[in-house]
Ligand binder design. Structure first.
Ligand code: ADP
Length: 484
């Protein structure tokens, strides 16, 4: 028995066409607590056949759903939002059990996840069209916006709730129906959200959640011509694969892929603010976010003071089980994640980087990692090119503004970038030069429901959240009315 067994939101079945179901052959997939490695439950190990039925259910539900008024769809989303907020503590407990993040962070994510549902409940009513001035007197031209259709969503384990609501809420608001495949590490938060959607009165087939084999489910979701759109958040590698798999049926795509965020500290920065920003940006979720600072670029004049302050501040973190009081850094998600961080760290050290704080596995063992700071990071190291996804902060030194911009943009990624300066001219120069979808100036945190989230270059396609997020789930149709 784990502590989540008694939770009213804990479901070990998938949700298809308004029913809680097993895999056809009854096979199941175990889910582990990353803090202990213990099995906390299991979910149906579904494949292509079950996914096809989920797509059929979503297609069957689509007609009635899109014909409901936007106000009705918004009202249902509003009820879902209220239930999520009311159950925030319960959802956070489930999330911490399967994902490992500290309870306070899990609760923060639940409220962040809920904010997308609230936002798009409101946006549903604003997805209007246009009347275009006509070039001919006997014509009227109208542009209407209509839902794309059945949408597939494949989501990662690092934000088990928010990555789902950020996609599902705008899709449902727009009048689409959805099939969600959550990450195999974190299905219980997704299923709990489905429990609450059901309680909110979501009609059968509008929201489906399938669990199991990513390759088989992803294969069906991309090959099936009924699926008109795929929204994916995860690694660039899998994103490329899904993009290729979607080519034969020319699906619309939203891709939120990897990042390699530079966090630049100029000599004129407010040192306290820069250190606080780096701590929040780098070590949140044990460094496992796609917008986490991946490279700390620090100007020569402030370098040593910044490194000393940042390293000293690590003492405030408490590494441990996310469910334990006072813990601020949980475990990494699994042994593979630990091995990846180990390899990047070893590569950096072999090429001349120095550990100034932390430096490897935590004494707790398992998937626990020490918050770490490295100096002497260089362009030739893997940490300069690859997403670290762990609590390791490599510090690179630079001299001039031009050099910082060049280093920051020297990557195929373009998701988030951050910089600290008090010079207004520099704020505009650097913000405009950075080749990124999101830029934080004097802040290390930039996610909220009102601002567009997404990347350029190989970090992805499309934007989530904000007044633009619903566009990803709407098609523009031109109606030409002649003979007036
Ligand atoms: P990470 O490395 O952070 O786990 P992934 O890109 O592997 O990121 O995983 C993100 C999501 O993509 C998860 O839901 C995972 O199950 C899914 N996924 C992984 N491989 C495939 C695949 N070949 N086809 C479809 N989905 C996949």
């Amino acid at each position: 028995m784990s502590s989540i067994d008694a939770s009213p939101l804990f479901r070990q079945l998938a949700y298809v066409d308004g029913a809680w179901v097993e895999a056809d052959d009854g096979r199941r997939l175990a889910v582990e607590d990353p803090a202990t490695g213990q099995c906390i439950g299991s979910v149906p190990d579904m494949g292509a056949a079950e996914t096809r039925r989920a797509v059929q259910a979503a297609d069957a539900a689509w007609g009635a759903w899109r014909r409901r008024s936007a106000r009705e769809r918004g009202g249902l989303l509003r009820r879902w939002f209220e239930l999520i907020v009311a159950q925030a503590a319960e959802l956070a407990r489930l999330m911490t059990a399967e994902q490992g993040k500290p309870l306070a962070e899990a609760r923060g994510e639940v409220l962040y996840a809920a904010s997308f549902v609230e936002w798009f409940a409101e946006e549903a009513k604003r997805a209007g069209g246009e009347v275009v001035p006509s070039p001919a007197a006997d014509r009227r031209l109208l542009n209407v916006r209509q839902p794309v259709g059945v949408c597939a969503m494949i989501t990662p384990w690092n934000f088990p709730a928010a990555m789902i609501t950020r996609k599902v809420a705008p899709a449902l608001a727009a009048g689409c129906t959805v099939v969600v495949k959550p990450a195999e590490q974190t299905p219980f938060t997704a299923l709990a959200l489905a429990v609450l959607a059901e309680q909110a009165g979501m009609p059968a087939g509008v929201l489906n959640v399938v669990t199991g084999d990513p390759v088989a489910i992803g294969g069906e979701l991309t090959a099936n011509p009924t699926v008109r759109k795929l929204s994916f958040t995860g690694s660039t590698e899998v994103g490329r694969l899904l993009m290729a798999q979607s080519a034969p049926t020319v699906k619309k795509l939203s891709l939120e892929l990897g990042g390699n965020a530079p966090f630049i500290v100029f000599d004129d920065a407010d040192l306290d603010a820069a250190v606080e920003g780096a701590l929040a940006c780098k070590y949140r979720n044990a460094g496992q976010t796609c917008v986490c600072a991946n490279r700390l670029l620090v100007q020569a004049g402030i370098h040593d003071r910044f490194v000393e302050r940042l390293s000293g501040a690590l003492a405030r973190f408490k590494v441990g089980r996310g469910s334990e009081e006072g813990v601020t850094i949980g475990p990494l998600i699994d042994a593979a994640a630990v091995a990846k961080v180990d390899a990047l760290l070893a590569d950096a050290l072999a090429k001349g980087a120095k550990v100034v704080a932390g430096g490897g596995h935590h004494a707790l063992g398992g998937n626990f990692y020490q918050p770490t700071v490295l100096t002497g990071a260089q362009a030739g190291m893997r940490v300069a090119r690859e997403e670290i996804f762990g609590p390791v902060a490599p510090v690179f030194r630079f001299d001039s503004e031009e050099e910082a911009i060049r280093m920051a943009n020297d990557t195929e990624f373009g998701l988030a970038a951050y910089f600290y300066t008090r010079d207004v001219g520099r704020v505009f120069r650097v913000a405009e030069e950075l080749e990124y979808g999101m830029v934080g100036v004097n802040t290390g945190i930039l996610s909220n429901e009102v601002s567009p989230f997404g990347g350029i270059k190989q970090s992805g396609l499309g934007r989530e959240g904000s007044s633009h997020g619903i566009d990803e789930y709407l098609e523009l149709k031109a109606i030409h009315l002649a003979g007036l």
